[in-house]
Design a protein around this ligand. Structure first.
Ligand SMILES: Nc1ncnc2c1ncn2[C@@H]1O[C@H](COP(=O)(O)OP(=O)(O)OC[C@H]2O[C@@H]([n+]3cccc(C(=O)O)c3)[C@H](O)[C@@H]2O)[C@@H](O)[C@H]1O
Ligand SMILES: Nc1ncnc2c1ncn2[C@@H]1O[C@H](COP(=O)(O)OP(=O)(O)OP(=O)(O)O)[C@@H](O)[C@H]1O
Ligand SMILES: [Mg+2]
Length: 278
């Protein structure tokens, strides 16, 4: 275990501060603060909608319900506001039932479905035809996964363009610290209401909102790789969300996890910054 009195704790504190992790947490207060934030962004920008992909995972289930509550609040104040929840499967999604359960819980104003498979596959084929070469089938499948995440971004921005909307992202502190998102894919958004929350705090917010337990406690997966369907995030990361959350909440973590988290945080700095300029 890391010694709380030694330098690692200051590294932990600095990263947690950078990622806006609050020392205190109260789910009810977070719900109010984040719904108010989304409502304020609609009011202050004069835009008319929120747009978000709903996967069936806990992050988008939570964010989706916050979005619906926000547009209802804006409408109650007399301004037009609509929440567009988007299903963005790659072909047929294995856990489609979870996505439908999430939509039932969220009760979005509108649900739009766009299959990202044709565009994702066409993009990969065009890149191959253009001369790009991958090391092996797994490398190609991994990059294809990031293409899928970016096609979801394109579909959401198209809907935001059509309906004067803001694209909502689901990034939170546990993903931000590990850089576990596709740059300019799911990492691209106009507003990120879960900012600063650890994964267990996202689950606590979901629970307080009344989300179904099957979604609150669902194993997180990016589900981007066709050769490894439904691969748990923790397998890809090589570190558990419990360790990541403990790290961010200033609790002691084992040395191996501590080092893995700090290494990932440093290696992925470019994903949390604007493009590098001379
Ligand atoms: N030092 C540096 N300075 C500036 N730019 C740098 C850079 N190093 C790489 N880059 C650029 O960044 C690119 C790599 O970033 P990126 O394309 O994102 O790719 P990468 O980080 O390699 O992969 C994304 C990871 O996020 C995971 N993910 C994605 C989407 C959702 C979720 C989820 O939690 O559900 C997880 C996914 O499974 C995968 O493990 C490079 O190709 C290069 O263009
Ligand atoms: N199949 C999908 N359909 C619609 N949106 C998706 C899909 N896959 C990913 N997304 C979008 O990309 C975001 C990032 O995916 P991510 O896996 O991190 O979140 P999640 O699935 O909501 O929760 P978890 O991380 O627990 O799996 C999602 O929150 C969602 O907005
Ligand atoms: Mg997921």
């Amino acid at each position: 275990m890391t010694d709380p009195a030694s330098a690692p704790l200051s590294v932990q504190r600095e990263i947690a501060r950078e990622l806006q992790v609050d020392p205190e947490f109260d789910a009810g207060r977070e719900i109010e603060r984040r719904v108010a934030f989304l409502a304020e962004r609609l009011t202050s920008t004069g835009l008319r909608s929120l747009v978000l992909g709903i996967s069936g995972g806990v992050d988008s289930t939570t964010t989706g319900r916050l979005c619906q509550l926000a547009v209802e609040r804006v409408r109650a104040a007399g301004q037009e506001a609509t929440f567009y929840a988007m299903r963005l499967p790659y072909g047929v999604q294995a856990d489609e039932a979870d996505a439908q359960l999430a939509l039932e819980f969220i009760r979005a104003d509108r649900v739009l479905t766009v299959d990202v498979k044709p565009a994702s596959d066409a993009a990969l084929q065009a890149v191959l035809a253009g001369g790009a070469a991958f090391r092996d089938a797994h490398h190609q499948d991994f990059v294809h996964g990031n293409i899928k995440a970016r096609q979801r971004m394109i579909a959401q921005y198209a809907v935001a363009g059509a309906h004067d909307g803001l694209v909502v992202g689901t990034d939170h502190a546990a993903e931000a610290v590990s850089g576990f998102f596709t740059k300019f894919g799911d990492g691209a958004a106009d507003v990120v209401p879960l900012t600063g929350l650890t994964k267990r705090r996202v689950r606590a917010v979901a629970e307080a909102l009344g989300a179904p337990a099957a979604l609150v406690w669902k194993t997180p997966t990016a589900d981007l790789e066709s050769l490894a369907p439904g691969k748990p995030d923790e397998d890809a990361l090589g570190v558990t969300y419990d360790d990541i959350d403990d790290f961010l909440e200033g609790k002691p973590v084992g040395e191996a996890a501590f080092e893995a988290i700090v290494r990932r945080y440093r290696l992925t700095a470019h994903k949390r910054e604007l493009p590098v300029a001379p």
